[in-house]
Design a protein around this ligand. Sequence first.
Ligand code: 5GP
Ligand code: ZN
Length: 112
Amino acid sequence: MSDNCIFCKIVSGAVPSTKIYEDNDVIAFNDIRPSASVHFLIVPKLHIDSLASCENEHQALLGKMLLLAPKLAKQQGLAGFKTLINTGVEGGQEVFHIHVHVMGGGDKSRNN
Ligand code: 5GP
Ligand code: ZN
């Protein structure tokens, strides 16, 4: 748990989310500003700032997150999907708690 981290607050339940999956290690919930008809985030319960902060000890967790993507995408009705991990400010990362975006079902324009 990292203070003032929005995703840690979602993990703890302090901030609500539209959860689509949860186990001991990860949660997945719909992005609040979707850029596709289906757009959810796969988030580890452990706070890790970004992909650039990952160490060898996180290998299994990262693998678990990626292996979940096709399973959850299928459950959400997607035949195919895009994945995205923004890393660092210059990589477009806004929330510094590592997450995998999963998007599909057609683009939505974003007003931001
Ligand atoms: P990043 O740019 O860090 O890869 O993506 C962060 C994503 O988190 C953005 O797509 C943004 O819409 C989403 N997001 C930010 N705050 C919240 C929130 O409070 N709830 C949910 N469900 N998504 C959020
Ligand atoms: Zn966090």
